[in-house]
Design a binder for this molecule. Structure first.
Ligand code: HEM
Ligand SMILES: *[C@@H]1O[C@H](CO)[C@@H](O)[C@H](O)[C@H]1NC(C)=O
Ligand SMILES: *[C@@H]1O[C@H](CO)[C@@H](O)[C@H](O)[C@H]1NC(C)=O
Length: 494
């Protein structure tokens, strides 16, 4: 009895010492990290962060602590990089150290570190290299990506014509069209616009995306270890993600049964062939889980981004009819009515290019960037960042910096034009981020934005059903991606 009592005391004493040591060690570590508001246990800086306005809360903290600071999202410390200098110094000048992928609790839970977007280290390197090479193969292969986009625009134009100038919500029109470009890369084929399977896929993706931008989504990010088990909207979203994974597994199995080793027809085929080649290599990253998650990643990364940007562009052009008129004029002058726009045409269309850049700048689709992670113990600006530290490169702070963009709150294509009307580069314009994990779809995205927007404007004028003053073009600045306001409009044939 006495012996076991003493044992218990000894164990408790050891435990307390260990806890004190670890808290002490963490304190000491935190002191070497960038400064920031003092965190509460478990809650972190929850009280300083408004989940409805994360960007604005961070701006306030930055004003107190400078462009590089530490905040605690729940129990996790995150280093925040604010402004061009800090983001460049990290993502470009110390590219390797900042090349890990950080956590986004919701997507992390779904992807579990697999697939090209949410992996780190050797896995990320292999999948990224392979994805870029394969997308390039398909882009310049028989069914060149430009041809594919142009083919898809004709379906979109027809769908808009069929509305007969009625007032419609363009959301689904755009997301079907843009997703079909990814579909033809990943599956080798487009879906009909009324295909039930396709529509349910899009619905699930869109709702998951929107969830991450809601207040509940932000809370989930901070307290996922608890919320995962609680009732709430996250349960429905968790169910969607399981369905999405099952959908993709079904698709891959269909292809596995018809695979021709000598002629890959799509992204899935190419990965399947690579899996065969590396079958004996136990450390190979090419296996079913990475195939499914990489294919889904491409859908997630490449659909909502482009279609929301375009949808937001329509709204901005309606609000600024003088800008819309100038784009119409440039299209008339360079392309005319009798042929479809080609990507090459952009070289002669600086105004339209400037408008597209400005739409991207203004929509600021990933204001907080996509989280990164430190890959090895690193010194940055005199601070110590231990391996594994999460980093938010705040891309929105670049796009709204008045030093780079005078009058950043105005929609103004002149931000990208010189006084001769030629396109002007701007170093702080990094909508696709920069460094080792820069968006690998940036080329595709730019091509899509140009071809979709010019083809639509070649065929239609936009009409807003209400007065111009009633257009609320301010995006709701929530969370990791922005929610573009919902609205209806008409497409009037020219
Ligand atoms: C307007 C459209 C788009 C925007 C604004 C955008 C933006 C971004 C941003 C900010 C990142 C994070 C990069 C980083 O961590 O530094 C990213 C990553 C990524 N994007 Fe995009 N993107 C767009 C379109 C696309 C498209 C069409 C694809 C399709 C292939 C795509 C595929 C990816 C992938 C695979 C990654 C992850 C790369 C990695 O982790 O190594 N994106 N994108
Ligand atoms: C793979 O599956 C898609 C549809 O899921 C199909 O269109 C394509 O032809 C298939 N590829 C091969 C090589 O059978
Ligand atoms: C990185 O830093 C941590 C904390 O100071 C230390 O415990 C660890 O040993 C370091 N790792 C390497 C590889 O230097």
């Amino acid at each position: 009895m006495l012996a076991s009592g003493m044992l218990l005391v000894a164990v408790l004493a050891c435990l307390s010492i260990m806890i004190i040591m670890s808290v002490w060690r963490q304190r000491r570590l935190l002191r070497k990290m960038p400064p920031g508001p003092t965190p509460l246990p478990f809650l972190g800086n929850f009280l300083e962060l408004d989940t409805e306005k994360l960007y604005d809360s961070l701006l306030k903290i930055k004003e107190q602590y400078g462009p590089v600071f530490t905040i605690h999202l729940g129990p996790h410390p995150v280093v925040v990089l604010w402004g061009y200098d800090a983001v460049k110094a990290a993502l470009m000048d110390q590219a390797e150290e900042f090349s890990g992928r950080g956590e986004q609790a919701f997507f992390d839970w779904f992807f579990k570190g697999y697939g090209v977007v949410f992996s780190s280290g050797e896995r990320a390197k292999q999948l990224r290299r392979f994805s870029i090479a394969t997308l390039r193969d398909f882009g310049f292969g028989k069914r060149g990506i430009e041809e594919r986009i142009i083919e898809e625009t004709s379906f979109l134009i027809q769908a808009f014509r069929d509305t007969d100038g009625a007032c419609i919500d363009p959301t689904f029109f755009m997301s079907r069209t843009v997703s079909n470009v990814i579909s033809s890369l990943v599956f080798g084929d487009r879906f009909e616009y009324d295909n039930e399977e396709f529509l349910s896929l899009l619905g699930m993706m869109m709702r998951s995306f929107q969830f991450t931008a809601t207040s509940a989504g932000q809370l989930y990010d901070m307290f996922h270890s608890v919320m995962r088990y609680m009732p709430g909207p996250q349960q429905q979203i968790i169910k969607y993600t399981q369905e999405l994974e099952e959908f993709m597994i079904r698709k891959v199995k269909q292809n596995q049964s018809t695979l021709n080793l000598n002629s890959p027809w799509n992204f899935i085929d190419s990965v399947l062939i690579h899996m065969q080649e590396e079958k004996k290599d136990l450390s190979s990253e090419f296996h079913m889980k990475n195939l499914v998650m990489t294919s889904l990643s491409l859908f997630f990364a490449g659909s909502e981004t482009v279609s929301s940007t375009l949808r937001y562009g329509f709204l901005l052009l309606m609000k600024h009819p003088d800008v819309e008129a100038k784009v119409h004029k440039e299209i008339e002058r360079v392309i005319g009515r009798n042929r479809q726009p080609q990507y090459e045409d952009r070289l002669k269309m600086p105004y339209t290019e400037a408008v597209i850049n400005e739409i991207q700048r203004f929509s600021n689709f990933a204001p907080l960037g996509i989280p990164r992670r430190i890959t090895k113990n690193t010194t940055f600006r005199g601070f110590f960042l231990p391996k594994g530290t999460e980093v938010f490169p705040i891309l929105g702070s670049l796009m709204t910096d008045p030093e780079f963009f005078p009058g950043p709150k105005d929609f103004n294509p002149q931000h990208f034009l010189d006084d001769k009307g030629q396109l002007k580069k701007n170093a702080a314009f990094l909508p696709f981020s920069t460094g080792k994990r820069i968006c690998l779809g940036d080329g595709l995205a730019k091509m899509e934005l140009f071809l979709f927007l010019t083809t639509i404007l070649q065929n239609f004028r936009f009409k807003f059903p209400k007065r111009l003053e009633d257009i609320d073009e301010s995006p709701k600045p929530l969370g990791f991606t922005r929610i573009i306001p919902n609205y209806t409009m008409s497409f009037l044939p020219i």
